[in-house]
Design a protein around this ligand. Structure first.
Ligand code: MOS
Length: 752
């Protein structure tokens, strides 16, 4: 299907194998229904975390350390305190300590994985990164807090700091990653890839670099918090209410039930709001200390300084092939960075074990530890940058062999995963290549590019790939005698369309109209849901919705349902409403769910390779004199399993591709190698794509349910960005003959 013009009603294709979670047949799943939160947002009536008006609201502002490693020797806050309207200045000299963040994250308790950093904010005199908050000013007005923050004098005794990623990696300071905390592929090998490379008829051996990135969600991180005794209510721009809530309970040493988190609207996250960062912790702390409701909305610069971004990478991709272009060896090595106070590895090399057939594979990940704000998840962490290396190298191999890069990929399409010889739950990459090539007119291009006036025109192709996951989710589902339904689930809506899509799932599962379904979300008083991350939310919640619908049907059938009678008709006749719940939030039920989740996840990882995939085709025009790259055409063909909503799914994929344009062409977080200060912590100097940078993006979806995922859904949030960097770099190579291996593809790298 193409979504260039919305189709009226799109139904899932017939499954290729029986599915454990067969979707109910119905007219709503798949339809390009408009997002329910759309009008609220576009008319400005949606209330975001920094917009809640509370009586006596006070305002917080951060004082940041301007040094990467140091001990604080003195703080003079007298002038700040004397400023009119200032309520207090909090620092490690006068502030009660938070409980420590868990040193070791555990899959059994996901709240331990969202600490952001392990810094004991305002509990230590030690500075671990430039930008670390060392004091918080709380005042009656935002202006007073901001100005007073500039009056706080902090003295530091510097400590030695390691800042420069390239230098640290080159100096051999990278430590290999051994275990992968649930991530299937950070390391691994089969056969002897180095020996096979040595024997190969054709060899491509390339080194790549990608810079750090920052998320730059439209809505900066913001928190409003108010305590009532030992209970706290927090409005926060979070991607995950439940783990966030548990993390706050842990740090503030109160029962989980005492923390209420409300987040009905989140203005984009991309992973940057998946953890609990300093702004949140210090707002909640300031509210506790002052006894006032406190709001703190971080400046764009502060978001960059206190919230981690994407790790830079250094990669080596070496491919060996026989005379026919069949891969005999795949080597992918990646160096990433973390920090002594947090951060972790990403699956940069992951797709290289799955995407192509090869008897010999070696994948390696290692890390250098830098004194910078820890890295964190950012849209397709690992796959977005790793695919740049792998898919650029495959393109180079095709060029060296004189084979069409599409044909080379078809020749190397695997039966099972190369690394683990695991079955693919779903693999339609051949079709994606054909569908995309057809829509793009790949066969009609001039290989090697052509000149059009002062422009060099080239075409590029790259695969997209992102693993599919599911997490346990809890819901309640109520069907009323009037035929309306209420789904309650504490999931997050960051603009992806989750609430709309799950209403479609409920409508079909209960056989009622879409408009009869109401969905409550974004509140920790609701049954708990996983983070909106890892492209897992739709499948995870759909699984719980389907289970609840089945439970509801059983309950109604016990009410003497008559043959041919719909659920709602039975309830009308007997004059009853029925509510069921799925999952357990607390106690042994919750613990059992965690254990079952880990067991199932590990089992699934051994049995299947499950992933969303895609094929990008693009055209670029490179200015022959300046090297400026403009992307002028884009076709993306995707296999995301079942398409729940053709409009929101296509928007997710387009959004991923747009973010990929930034990754390819402009985005780079520049760190001063002397100080650790981010030099472009704002949108004026960190360039995200604007409308003028984005061509029409034509999205094609196969809409074929994955046989192993709930409702056949593989996830759409992240796969779109993967492969984009390589598709553009490959098109630039086609246009100019220049193989650029360092992102972003700025003029200096592309120009002749
Ligand atoms: Mo994400 S990086 O799964 O928000």
């Amino acid at each position: 299907m193409t979504t260039t013009t919305p189709a009226p009603a799109i139904r899932p294709a017939a499954p290729s194998r029986p599915r454990p979670h067969a979707p109910e047949s119905g007219p709503w799943v798949g339809r390009p229904v408009d997002r329910r939160d759309g009008p609220t947002k576009t008319t400005g009536t949606a209330t975001f975390s920094a917009e809640y008006q509370l009586p006596d609201l006070a305002h917080g502002w951060l004082v940041h350390a301007p040094i990467a490693r140091a001990r604080i020797t003195a703080i003079d806050d007298a002038a700040a305190r004397a400023h009119p309207g200032v309520l207090t200045v909090l620092s490690h000299l006068n502030t009660p300590r938070l409980k420590p963040s868990p040193a070791r994250p555990s899959l059994l308790d996901m709240s331990t994985m969202v600490g952001g950093t392990r810094v004991d904010y305002l509990g230590t005199d030690e500075v671990f990164f430039d930008g670390q908050p060392v004091a918080v000013v709380v005042a009656e007005s935002l202006e007073a807090a901001q100005y007073a923050a500039s009056l706080v004098q902090v003295d530091y005794a510097p400590l030695p700091a390691t800042i420069d990623f390239a230098a640290a990696a080159a100096a051999g300071r990278a430590t290999p990653v051994k275990q992968s905390l649930g991530m299937p592929t950070l390391v691994g090998s089969v056969g002897d890839a180095d020996a096979a490379l040595g024997r190969a008829a054709h060899v491509v051996d390339l080194h790549f670099t990608t810079p750090g990135h920052n998320h730059n969600a439209l809505e900066p991180h913001a928190t409003t918090a108010v305590w009532d005794g030992d209970r706290v209510t927090v409005w926060d721009a979070t991607q995950g209410i439940d783990w966030f809530r548990k993390h706050l309970a842990l740090r503030f040493d109160v029962p989980v039930e005492s923390v209420r988190v409300i987040a009905p609207f989140v203005g984009g996250g991309f992973g940057g709001k998946g953890s609990v960062w300093a702004g949140t912790l210090l707002t909640v702390l300031a509210a506790r200390v002052t006894g006032r409701p406190v709001r703190m909305a971080l400046s764009r610069e502060a978001v960059n300084r206190v919230v981690g971004g994407r790790t830079p990478t250094r990669q080596r991709v070496a491919l060996g092939a026989d005379a026919d272009g069949r891969l005999t060896s795949v080597i992918h090595e990646a160096v990433l960075r973390n920090s002594p106070v947090g951060g972790g590895p990403e699956q940069v090399v992951g797709a290289s074990g799955d995407l192509y057939a090869s008897p010999h594979v070696r994948l390696v990940t290692s890390m250098v530890t830098l004194d910078l704000v820890p890295n964190t998840f950012m849209r397709a962490p690992g796959e977005s940058t790793g695919s740049f290396g792998l898919e650029s190298a495959v393109d180079q191999l095709a060029h060296d062999l004189g084979v069409d890069p599409l044909e080379l990929r078809l020749r190397n399409e695997p039966e099972t995963s190369a690394l683990h010889h695991r079955a693919f739950s779903h693999r339609r990459i051949r079709e994606l290549l054909h569908v995309g090539a057809e829509a793009f007119g790949w066969a009609d291009r001039t290989p090697g590019g052509r000149r059009d006036g002062s422009q060099l025109v080239g075409h590029g192709l790259a695969l997209a790939y992102h693993p599919a996951w599911e997490f346990p989710a809890n819901v309640t589902l109520l069907l009323r005698r009037d035929g309306t339904a209420l789904l309650r689930c504490g999931f997050q809506e960051m603009g992806m369309g989750t609430a709309t899509v799950q209403a479609q799932v409920v409508a079909d599962a209960l056989g009622i109209p879409f408009d009869a379904v109401h969905v409550d979300y974004g509140d920790s008083d609701l049954p708990i849901a996983p983070n909106a991350g890892g492209s897992t939310q739709s499948a995870s919640i759909a699984a719980a919705v389907l289970r609840s619908a089945a439970k509801l049907r059983r309950a109604v059938s016990q009410l003497h349902q008559r043959p041919g009678e719909s659920l709602a008709q039975t309830l009308t006749r007997v004059g009853r409403d029925v509510e069921v719940s799925v999952g357990s939030d607390v106690g042994v039920g919750a613990a059992a769910t965690s254990v079952r989740f880990i067991a199932t996840t590990l089992l699934n990882q051994r049995r299947w390779v499950r992933a969303a995939s895609g094929a990008h085709f693009c055209e670029v025009r490179v200015d022959a004199d300046t090297g400026e790259v403009r992307v002028t055409r884009w076709v993306g063909a995707f296999d995301i399993g079942t398409v729940l909503n053709a409009k929101t799914a296509a928007s997710q994929l387009r959004g991923g591709i747009v973010m990929g344009l930034g990754l390819a062409l402009t985005e780079e977080t520049v760190v001063d190698g002397r100080t650790g200060r981010i030099m472009n912590a704002g949108l004026a100097e960190y360039h995200v794509p604007t409308h003028a940078d984005v061509p029409h993006i034509d999205i094609h979806l196969l809409d074929d349910p994955d046989p192993t995922m709930p409702l056949g859904v593989l996830g759409a949030g992240e796969v779109g960005i993967t492969g984009v960097g390589a598709a553009i770099a490959n098109a630039v190579f086609d246009a100019t003959g220049r193989r650029v291996t360092d992102l972003p593809l700025t003029l200096d790298r592309v120009a002749p």
